[in-house]
Each structure stands twice: as structure tokens, then as C-alpha cells.
Design a protein around this ligand. Structure first.
Ligand code: XMP
Length: 520
């Protein structure tokens, strides 16, 4: 089966490139730019894609183009920083600049037959994010697109099958992005024959080979990833698997009970619920810094898990983790020290060094919707497979400031009002999906900001609820949902009237980027 190797130069969007390639039915893997060449070539790629990255080719210590890429004679698609590297290495010139062009741009292309072959269109919108740009073509290349700020917005040397784009074809904001990636696959002669349908069977075979007759433990949270991972392991090795559900007290209204009953009804695996609410609330007392909260929760979680496993006298060798591909890439790629600090997703990297288990990670190479497809394939119901994402550290990160039981209850009460009203209006995308502004993720956030209000004859001085609702396909970029005013009015009035200690409700109208979906 043909495959493509993607070299990651530290771009925010590298994993989206992998995703688009897989959507085009080509198997691909993402490697750090400085990965051992033998490891990359072991994939026997039929083409390379070079990602973007935050550096300038002139910076000391900036990532360089590994020699084997050009020496292989294989087709290359170079994006953004990748394009600059290609130009820099092949005799073109890159103009340094400390001014960034960031956002939408219109490009013109008149080169029929090029990768960005215009067809009936001669100009279209793309997403740019760069400082430097190529200002002299390397020998053999022609410019295939221009924009006002970027006279060489794309270039190619069709004889050597080297293609380069200054813009990002992988993000949704680029019109025809998928088509451009598809054109590269076709022009590179890569056969698109990867079918992700047999993922469940493949994963179960791997689990059986890894685990043998040993015992396996899993901590399930109700989230899609941990549920599908546990279900796969259960299908693969049956009662060798024991699951725990640790109630951290950081879940939404009635969520713990629902998670436990849905799991029992659908999985038939052994599940031990553990009430650890007090442990978590105590450990979080006085803590306001979000990274600190995440660390405490991650650490506490694994210690309680170990304690419970020991209490049951379990001699398991293996631990199931619902790690998915974006988690892996987010916490291991190049130049990601900074990106990883943006949010320590506690699914990966949060495990202590002295953990005595080997990890079973059946979803490690899958994207979210592939995980959902596997879940459906093995017969999990829609309510499990289509659940909205919920952060590992739970409401602790939506409860800004100190996490106390009283504040959590306030947040839960507001959140359930918002969810129920959205559900009644048919706007929870994954439940009904009929309304044009179905929200992909919607929740309440509690701010430790008090302001003055009036209620009846009295003056109030209470905290603030933020409503957050977004539309998105991939959760990497998102827009705020254009919820109807009358729905917002109803939610706001219900929250202020029904939730004690809240006198003001606001609606978040920020897109991602530059904001994130979660507040924390
Ligand atoms: P942001 O806030 O970065 O979130 O735009 C993107 C998506 O990731 C979810 N999220 C998390 N998921 N553990 C998770 O499993 C976490 O720590 C975490 N933090 C954010 C978030 O809900 C959104 O869907």
C-alpha cells in the first residue's frame, strides 16, 4: 500500500496535514524533521510532505531540510516553512522579514495544469501564516500563484515533481485545500487505496498479540477515547480486562451516574466505580493556576488508580490509554515545547515515571472521527460515540479561580440549564444535527469575577457565568455559534434566577484562533 511521510517542522497544523492525506485514502505518518532517516524510510514512502514551522531559515539552529528528501528523487509537497527550506536549499532566495502575514488572503493563479490548477476560478481565498517569503525562484521552478503580499505564493518544478505552497492547504479556511492535496497525491502517482474500515479488527489483533494471557486495567471517563479503547480491549481479551471509573467530583450534573450506567449497559466489562470526590477537592484547595490544577489532577488520578488496583489485589501488567493521534503529536513533535505548554493534555505525558504498567494504546494512530468510526463499527451506541469532547481535568478548568465544591455546584447548575435549553432547541449538533447552527461543543464557564447587580430591591455582588458554544469540525479551529437571541435570553434569565451566586451572564464571541475553545 502506498504511503506518504510528512516531516514536521513544528507547525501548529501538522497533524491536520496528516488528516487530510488520510481523508484522501492515503496512509501517512508524521515524523519530526530530524527523525532518524532509517526510521522514516522504513515506511517506504512514495512521496514527502514538508510542514510549516515557526522558524526562519536564517535563524541559527533552525530546522534544516534533511538531505535524503531531495536525494530520494521522490515527489515533495512543501508547505510554508517547508517551501522556504526548499527554495533556500535549491538555489532560490528567501526574503527575511519580521512582519508576519496572518489570516485570509486572496491568491491568483493562472497556471492551468499546476497543482493549484484553477479550473474555472482564477482567484480564491487561502490561509496564510508566515513572516519570511520566497522572493527568487530556484532554477527549474515556476511561480504558480501570487498574492498581493506574496508574489511567489506557490511554485513548482513539475519535471522533478517538487511542489510548494506558501499558504496552508490543510486548514478549512483555504478554499480548495483538499483538492490541492488530492492533486498532489495524483501528480505524485501515489495510489489512494487506504481504507480505514478494518481498523477495529486490526486494533484487536494487535491488542491480543501485545497482551497475551495477562491482565489489563483501564480507567474510563465516559469520554469517547477511553470508552472506545476499553471496548476494543474488552472485545479483544474479554475478562482479562478490569475497568475503573474514578469520580473526581469534577464532572457535570448527574454525569457520573450516566457514565456508569451507559457503560454497564453497553460494554458488559467489569467496572469498579470509585468515589474520590473528597480527595480531589482537598487537593485542589487554594489552587488557582490552571497548569497547577492539571498537574494535581493528573497525579492524583493515577495514584488513586494504583491504590484501587492494589486494593483489589490486581496483578495486571497492562494499562489501557485512550491516547489518540493528535495527543501524540501535540506532546512529542518538534518545537512543541511551547505548544505543549499551551495545554498539558493529561491523556499523554501526565503519567508518572515510576508507573509499573506497560501501556496498551489501541487508538494511538487514529484521529477523533476514526475513533468514532471504530466505536460504531464495534457496535457502541451513538450516545457514547458522539459525545461532545470534555476535558480530562473536567470542570476544574472551566471553574476559573479556586475550585471549591460550592463553586462547582454553581457551575454545574448553570451548565445543565444551558445544555437542556440547547437540547430543547435541537442545537446539540451530535444529538440532533438538524438545526443549521448545531453546536459542536457548548458549556458554561464560571469566572471568579464579581460585579454589582440589582435583584428585587437589593444590591447583589456575585460571580459571572460565561456561555461558550462553538461550531467546528476538527476542534483545531472553531467559530462561535450564532445562537438565536431568544435562546440566549432564556438561558441567561434562567441562570440568574435559578443559580444562587450568579448575577451576570455573558456570551463568548471569540473564534479559535486566536482564542481557544475552553477557558481556563
Ligand atoms: P482548546 O481549548 O485547546 O480545546 O481549543 C480543544 C479541544 O480539546 C478539548 N480539551 C481537552 N481534552 N483533555 C482532553 O481530553 C484536556 O485536558 C483538554 N483540554 C481541552 C476541548 O474541550 C476542546 O474540545
Amino acid at each position: 500500500m502506498d504511503s506518504i511521510a510528512i516531516l514536521d517542522f513544528g507547525a501548529q497544523y501538522s497533524q491536520l496535514i496528516a488528516r487530510r492525506v488520510r481523508e484522501a485514502h492515503v496512509y501517512c505518518e508524521l515524523f519530526p524533521w530530524d527523525a532518524d532517516p532509517a526510521k522514516v524510510l522504513a515506511l517506504k514512502p512514495k512521496a514527502f510532505i514538508l510542514s510549516g514551522g515557526p522558524n526562519s531559515v536564517y535563524e541559527p539552529g533552525a530546522p534544516t531540510l534533511p538531505a535524503y528528501v531531495i536525494n530520494s528523487g521522490l515527489p515533495v509537497l512543501a508547505i510554508c516553512y517547508g517551501m522556504q527550506l526548499l527554495a533556500h536549499n535549491l538555489g532560490g532566495h528567501v526574503a527575511g522579514s519580521n512582519k508576519r502575514e496572518y489570516g485570509r488572503a486572496e491568491i491568483q493563479s493562472a497556471n492551468e495544469g499546476s497543482l493549484i490548477s484553477p479550473g474555472s476560478r482564477s482567484s480564491f481565498q487561502v490561509w496564510m501564516s508566515h513572516g519570511d517569503k520566497v522572493d527568487r525562484l530556484p532554477p527549474g521552478f515556476t511561480a504558480t500563484a501570487t498574492s498581493v503580499n506574496c508574489p511567489i505564493a506557490a511554485m513548482e518544478d513539475p519535471a522533478r515533481k517538487l511542489f510548494a505552497l506558501q499558504f496552508h492547504p490543510e486548514v478549512n479556511h483555504t478554499e480548495y485545500g483538499r483538492e490541492i492535496i488530492g492533486n498532489f497525491i495524483a501528480q505524485a502517482g501515489v495510489k489512494a487505496e487506504w481504507i480505514p474500515g478494518s481498523m477495529a479488527e486490526e486494533a484487536m489483533a494487535k491488542i491480543r498479540a501485545q497482551v497475551g494471557k495477562d491482565k489489563v486495567l483501564a480507567a474510563v471517563s465516559g469520554g469517547v477515547d477511553s470508552t472506545v479503547a476499553a471496548a476494543l480491549v474488552h472485545r479483544a481479551v474479554g475478562d482479562q480486562l478490569t475497568c475503573f471509573y474514578i469520580d473526581t467530583g469534577l464532572m457535570r450534573q448527574n454525569e457520573s451516574d450516566q457514565v456508569i450506567s451507559t457503560f454497564r449497559e453497553n460494554l458488559h466489562a467489569t467496572l469498579h466505580p470509585v468515589n474520590a470526590v473528597e480527595d480531589f477537592i482537598e487537593a485542589l484547595a487554594g489552587v488557582t493556576e490552571p497548569e497547577h490544577k492539571r498537574k494535581i489532577i493528573g497525579e492524583k488520578f493515577i495514584r488513586i488508580f494504583e491504590r484501587e488496583a492494589q486494593r483489589l489485589g490486581h496483578d495486571a501488567k497492562f494499562l489501557v490509554q485512550g491516547t489518540i493521534y493528535p495527543d501524540v503529536v501535540e506532546s512529542s513533535g518538534v518545537g512543541r515545547e511551547k505548544a505543549a505548554k499551551i495545554k498539558t493534555h493529561h491523556n499523554v505525558g501526565g503519567l508518572p515515571d515510576d508507573l509499573h504498567f506497560s501501556l496498551v494504546e489501541p487508538l494511538r494512530y487514529l484521529f477523533k472521527d476514526e475513533v468514532r468510526a471504530v466505536g460504531s463499527e464495534i457496535g457502541l451506541p451513538g450516545e457514547m460515540v458522539w459525545r461532545q469532547p470534555f476535558p480530562g481535568p473536567g470542570l476544574a478548568i472551566r471553574c476559573l479561580g479556586e475550585v471549591t465544591w460550592e463553586r462547582l455546584e454553581k457551575l454545574r447548575a448553570a451548565d445543565i440549564i444551558f445544555t437542556n435549553e440547547l437540547r430543547a432547541a435541537g442545537m446539540l449538533k451530535n444529538e440532533i444535527a438538524k438545526h443549521p447552527v448545531g453546536t459542536a461543543q457548548a458549556f458554561a464557564v464560571l469566572l471568579p469575577v464579581k460585579s454589582v447587580g440589582v435583584m428585587g430591591d437589593g444590591r447583589t455582588y456575585e460571580e459571572t457565568i460565561v456561555l461558550r458554544a462553538v461550531t467546528t469540525d476538527d476542534f483545531m479551529t472553531a467559530d462561535w455559534a450564532r445562537l438565536p437571541y431568544d435562546l440566549l435570553a432564556r438561558v441567561s434569565s434562567r441562570i440568574v434566577n435559578e443559580v444562587k451566586g450568579v448575577n451576570r451572564v455573558t456570551y463568548d464571541v471569540s473564534s479559535k484562533p486566536p482564542a481557544t475553545i475552553e477557558w481556563e
